[in-house]
Design a protein around this ligand. Structure first.
Ligand code: ZN
Length: 288
């Protein structure tokens, strides 16, 4: 929204603006994870698999329920765009918008990654983040946002750019199509809004526009995620690299990312169970 109003300010404008905000989804109504479960499980982890995602590309990977995965920075600062699906039914996927509404614009340890309607359950829980020290910078920026959608060739062309085929959207299409042995056309509707891993973003203070700045991530940093259900992950190495200037081109320096899959060698606490899908009846007010 830009500020060139066509209407006169009403006499009680200050009163209306002074009303205090309320949190849309108070966190005390959320089914929050029991941190002890994750602390206990991650105390004895054994790496069972790893996947390297080449620059300007994407890979899919499986994470069984009750396992962990880490997205690890290697070689240089690099942003990753993450998609998640339920392995058994890929119609269930990560719901970036609702995750944002519940947990805020950026996520870190203790926050959960929710699935779309009608499934609506925590697909994953964030359990460790080496960038948790970053907090909020003076520009209002933070790390790991659920604001951005993913860079895509359609927006790039709309804004006057050349055709570019290695945006995160296209990278994820190629990876998902390969994982499901389907065509790119069939795969495209399953690619969805992402978790921007390691990306540093916010909204400008004057126009509230989405901004990015160089990611603070360095080799060795990682984001650790616990799978609450059997997950298929898709991770794209954004062509923006550290996203300090542009994307949707080959201009930025890009680096690979590593995904490590871990098993809890001493098992999981007895009070952990795979997340259940929403208990809503799906009645939707139908007239009998
Ligand atoms: Zn991207």
């Amino acid at each position: 929204m830009k500020y060139s109003p066509q209407n006169q300010t009403p006499a009680d404008a200050d009163v209306r603006r002074a009303i205090k905000p309320v949190i849309v989804y108070p966190v005390d109504t959320l089914p929050l994870p029991n941190a002890n479960i994750y602390d206990e499980a991650r105390a004895n982890l054994e790496q069972i698999d790893e996947v390297i995602v080449a620059p300007r590309d994407a890979e899919c990977f499986h994470v069984p329920a009750g396992h962990f995965f880490r997205i690890v920075s290697i070689e240089g600062p690099q942003v990753g765009d993450l998609n998640l699906w339920n392995v058994g039914d890929v119609n269930e996927r990560f719901f970036s918008g609702k995750t944002r509404a519940l947990h805020g614009t950026h996520v870190s340890v203790g926050d959960r990654l929710w699935s779309n309607l009608p499934y609506m359950r925590p697909m994953a829980t964030l359990t460790y983040d080496t960038l948790d020290w970053y907090g909020w910078d003076d520009d209002g920026g933070g790390v790991h946002d659920v604001i951005g959608t993913r860079c895509d060739p359609y927006t790039n062309v709309m804004l006057g750019g050349d055709e570019y085929h290695y945006c995160c959207h296209s990278n994820l299409i190629r990876a998902f199509a390969k994982s499901q042995s389907i065509s790119y056309d069939a795969a495209e509707p399953f690619v969805h809004d992402v978790l921007n891993v390691f990306m540093c973003t916010g909204f400008t203070k004057d126009t509230h526009q989405y901004f990015m700045k160089a990611s603070p991530v360095r080799p060795g940093d990682y984001l650790e995620v616990f799978a609450e259900i059997d997950l298929l992950g898709g991770l794209s190495t954004c062509p923006g690299g550290d996203c300090s200037s542009g994307h949707s081109s080959d201009d930025a320096a890009c680096y690979p990312l590593k995904v490590e899959i871990y098993k809890a060698t001493k098992g999981l606490p007895a009070d952990w169970h795979p997340a259940e899908r929403s208990g809503y009846s799906r009645h939707h007010g139908a007239k009998e």
